[in-house]
Design a protein around this ligand. Structure first.
Ligand SMILES: NC(=O)C1=CN([C@@H]2O[C@H](COP(=O)(O)OP(=O)(O)OC[C@H]3O[C@@H](n4cnc5c(N)ncnc54)[C@H](OP(=O)(O)O)[C@@H]3O)[C@@H](O)[C@H]2O)C=CC1
Ligand SMILES: Nc1nc(=O)c2c([nH]1)NC[C@@H]1CN(c3ccc(C(=O)N[C@@H](CCC(=O)O)C(=O)O)cc3)C=[N+]21
Length: 282
């Protein structure tokens, strides 16, 4: 039987309706959640994601501002802008789109963002709180994946979850969240020997590699749930890290690309910004 398609697009739309109601309630109490997105340069992929973020904010009734800089901006200039935004009481969420040009240290910029406005969840304080299970802003892609699994009734307790990828923004944090949900977690990466023998053990397989269609049916156990985080632009268009056509023949459930994890990432960013506005208001 072919896999059930987990529509991130649909689940994100459901959550956005909930968030829209929440924002309209907050507005009645003079709380106006506001997100500022900082975009440096004009990388086409970044342009597209940033547009999606601004569109989502509008849809939900939130205020959003896009601040653009040329890719020649100095690190000091960018840090000074982040500082201003930290002090601006009307701003609840700050997102500096990555990647940044090479003269700028991404780590320094991430650490400059006030933890209470770190709606990306990339600040070491947010990461540390997440790891220890404290309340914090969860990084958006991992949070979105957990929502997808939850709202698709995928149980995690005692299941073997295999994550392919160990980046700070996806692989590592999703592994921790799966662990907190009582899965048994294995993390694979570029030095992993015989990847397929490990991914084939997965009840839940998360692909976050950034290599077009590298996960094939030979990597997947029949009946597994497969979450494809990859967003790869190829001549054939936008594809994931999973060879969708063949894996969807054997998986029990699978996310498509586009329309899977991506829309959830953006939605979680909105949820974090609303949460930040609520915390700010007390
Ligand atoms: N849908 C969404 O919302 C989002 C999608 N993405 C997409 O997800 C993908 C991953 O992003 P990100 O985590 O930032 O990417 P990174 O490039 O930072 O990390 C990729 C990871 O994959 C591992 N890897 C590379 N090649 C192999 C291989 N042959 N076998 C096993 N592991 C391998 C790397 O291992 P090593 O550590 O050893 O180098 C690394 O840990 C990209 O396609 C990106 O565009 C990212 C963020 C959000
Ligand atoms: N500070 C920062 N925070 C991020 O969260 C961040 C970042 N930098 N840099 C890049 C990655 C990537 N990312 C995506 C967001 C949405 C889609 C998304 O909506 N994808 C659509 C397709 C969009 C399209 O067509 O291009 C989909 O999968 O359906 C994808 C990828 C956020 N990231």
């Amino acid at each position: 039987m072919p896999a059930k398609i987990i529509s991130g697009k649909q689940i994100a739309a459901d959550i956005r309706l909930e968030l829209k109601d929440e924002v309209s309630e907050l507005r009645k109490n003079d709380i106006f959640p506001k997100l500022v997105v900082v975009l440096v340069g004009n990388n086409p992929a970044s342009e597209s994601y940033v547009k999606g973020k601004i569109r989502a904010a509008e849809e939900i009734g939130m205020e959003s501002v896009l601040i653009r800089y040329a890719d020649t901006i100095s690190e000091d200039e960018l840090l000074s802008k982040v500082n201003d935004l930290n002090k601006d009481e009307s701003v609840h969420g700050i997102l500096v789109q990555l990647p940044l040009p090479k003269q700028i240290s991404e780590q320094r910029v991430i650490e400059a963002i006030a933890a209470e406005k770190d709606v990306d969840g990339f600040h070491p304080e947010s990461v540390g709180r997440m790891v220890t299970g404290l309340e914090t802003f969860l990084s958006c892609t991992p949070a979105g994946i957990m929502q997808l699994l939850k709202r698709s009734d995928v149980s995690l307790q005692g299941k073997h979850a295999v994550v392919v990828g160990r980046s700070n923004i996806v692989g590592k944090p999703i592994s921790l969240l799966l662990l907190q949900a009582d899965a048994t977690v294995t993390i694979c990466h570029s030095k992993t020997v015989d990847l397929a023998s490990i991914t084939k053990q997965a009840d839940v397989l998360i692909a976050a590699v950034g290599r077009a269609e590298m996960i094939t049916k030979d990597h997947v156990k029949p009946g597994a749930v497969v979450i494809d985080v990859g967003v790869n632009r190829t001549d054939a268009g936008l594809v994931g890290d999973v060879k969708f056509d063949e894996v969807s023949e054997i998986a029990s459930a699978i996310t498509p690309v586009p329309g899977g994890v991506g829309p959830m990432t953006i939605t979680m960013l909105m949820a974090n910004t609303i949460e930040s506005a609520k915390r700010h208001a007390g």
